[in-house]
Design a protein around this ligand. Structure first.
Ligand code: ARG
Length: 474
């Protein structure tokens, strides 16, 4: 097979080399982006007088046909043509003949692949923000229906202090909000246009880079041709941001797995989101959160892999950089699948309020509140802490909880305790008393709802404002 770069070679490429160096088996995913980029490039070449308008029109029509044929699977993409860029050019030559040879004027695969990656990733990022917002909305809905649902908050996985389930859900809403903001911030750096950098040192043709950037709705131009072709920071940033998202999803997954165990029994995931056991008929397994938790490993792996590939690479392009794609695709698809499942799984999750309340009532998680009560009666906190420790020990030995003690028993430990202690130590009072900004008291959680809703509205309008720019529907 004749290579597009075959001129200086006297021998055919070794078959194994051909297969080893080819990227077509994975970069075929970039076909649409590659073709749209080529169209913008050709359009610009014509308006700069480098090609005639007629030539550009023929090339663009040919590219449209190639796009269509790739999309419908009507053409074979060939390892012999190495990558998507040369496959497209080869297919174009079948459509329009030797004129296809003018497409690559003033361009290199090095700036071309950087362009394709950026076009791909900016679409992924906008879609991912939208999916994250859908998850936030599902969490927010659960929070709103569970404003009065009280459960133990944990530290060291030991019951610590009561909170509301709403408060717990909102913690995740804010975690995912930071993820949204990180993706949005990274978008600015993804959305810079590299074409015109050529192989590394620009081009001698009088091209108009800005025109290409405008046509493809980029925010600006990569400012240095060497940097433009060797920069994969935007890929690493994506892999880092998605690692953080995976970590958040994994923490939530872990809680869902724990909570749906018989030991906790705090939630039940909908049947549609669980699977059974082939041997044990009684089992209903939380496979989805488990697998999301498990896939965190490959997402982190893709980040470390890319960081390592880029480490020590001299400027500018090196073939090592072809390794940038599979991890990026894998992470994008892994996250897309996880987020698509998570929003409806959270939405349909049944919350077992009684079990949560029982876990709070049959526990000492109101002990801090007894100490705070004593502080209110002018006992220094340290002393109060010690007194309550003894009260708790007394209860443990007796096999009861704080609210089961009589006033006489309380008085064995402190005279400052009065009748109003029974009201002060109920789970409801304990949560309501934590009335500080960011706290679990109802009005404070409602403040969180408002703030989250504002952020969600802002994210949705960000998505809307970019969706048409980044969607390449040909
Ligand atoms: N397939 C290559 C990649 O994905 C495209 C750029 C190749 N450039 C080159 N000079 N060999 O990185």
């Amino acid at each position: 097979m004749t290579k597009l770069w075959g001129g200086r070679f006297t021998k055919a490429t070794n078959q194994l080399v051909e297969e080893y160096t080819a990227s077509i088996n994975f970069d075929r995913k970039l076909a649409r982006y590659d073709i749209i980029g080529s169209m913008a490039h050709v359009d610009m070449l014509a308006s700069c007088g480098i090609l005639t308008h007629q030539e550009a029109a023929i090339i663009i029509e040919g590219l449209n046909k190639v796009d269509y044929k790739i999309e419908c699977g009507k053409v074979e993409l060939d390892v012999g043509h190495e990558d998507i860029h040369m496959n497209v050019e080869q297919l174009l030559s079948k459509e329009i003949g030797p004129l296809s040879g003018k497409l690559h004027t003033g361009r290199s695969r090095n700036d071309q692949v950087a362009l394709d990656m950026r076009l791909y990733l900016r679409e992924v990022v906008v879609d991912m923000v939208e999916q994250l917002v859908q998850l936030q909305q599902a969490l927010l809905t659960q929070a709103k229906t569970n404003l009065d649902t009280i459960l133990p908050g944990y530290t060291h996985l030991q019951r610590a202090q009561p909170v509301s389930f709403a408060h717990h859900m909102m913690a995740y809403v804010f975690m995912f909000q930071r993820d949204v903001e990180r993706l949005q911030d990274s978008f600015k750096r993804i959305n810079q246009m590299p074409l015109g950098a050529g192989a590394l040192a620009g081009t001698t043709f009088p091209i108009d880079r800005q025109q290409v950037a405008d046509k493809l709705q980029f925010d600006g131009l990569c400012e240095n041709s060497l940097d433009a072709v060797s920069d994969r920071d935007f890929v690493i940033e994506f892999l880092a941001n998605t690692s953080m998202i995976s970590m958040h999803l994994s923490r939530l997954s872990e809680e869902l797995v724990q909570w749906s165990s018989t030991e906790f029994n705090f939630i039940e995931l909908d049947d549609a989101f669980c699977t059974g056991s082939s041997m044990m008929p009684q089992k209903k397994n939380p496979d989805v959160p488990e697998l999301v938790r498990g896939k965190t490993g490959r997402v982190y792996g893709n980040l470390i892999g890319m960081l390592t590939t880029l480490k020590s690479l001299p400027l500018a392009y090196n073939k090592d950089m072809q390794e940038d794609k599979e991890g990026m695709f894998d992470t994008a698809e892994t996250l897309k699948g996880a987020l698509a499942l998570f929003a409806p799984m959270i939405e349909t999750m049944h919350v077992n309020k009684e079990a949560m309340y029982k876990a709070v009532a049959e526990d000492y998680s109101n002990a801090t509140d007894l100490a705070d009560y004593l502080v209110g009666k002018n006992v220094p906190f340290r002393e109060a802490h010690a007194v309550v420790g003894q009260v708790v020990l007394h209860c443990i030995n007796k096999g009861c909880y704080l609210l089961d003690l009589s006033l006489e028993e309380f008085h064995q430990f402190s005279d400052a305790i009065e009748e109003d202690i029974y009201e002060a130590l109920t789970p409801e009072s304990v949560v309501a008393a934590r009335n500080v900004p960011g706290g679990p008291a109802k009005n404070r959680v409602q403040e969180q709802f408002l703030s989250a809703e504002k952020s969600i509205t802002a994210s949705l309008s960000w998505v809307q404002s970019l969706q048409s720019a980044v969607k390449l529907d040909g």
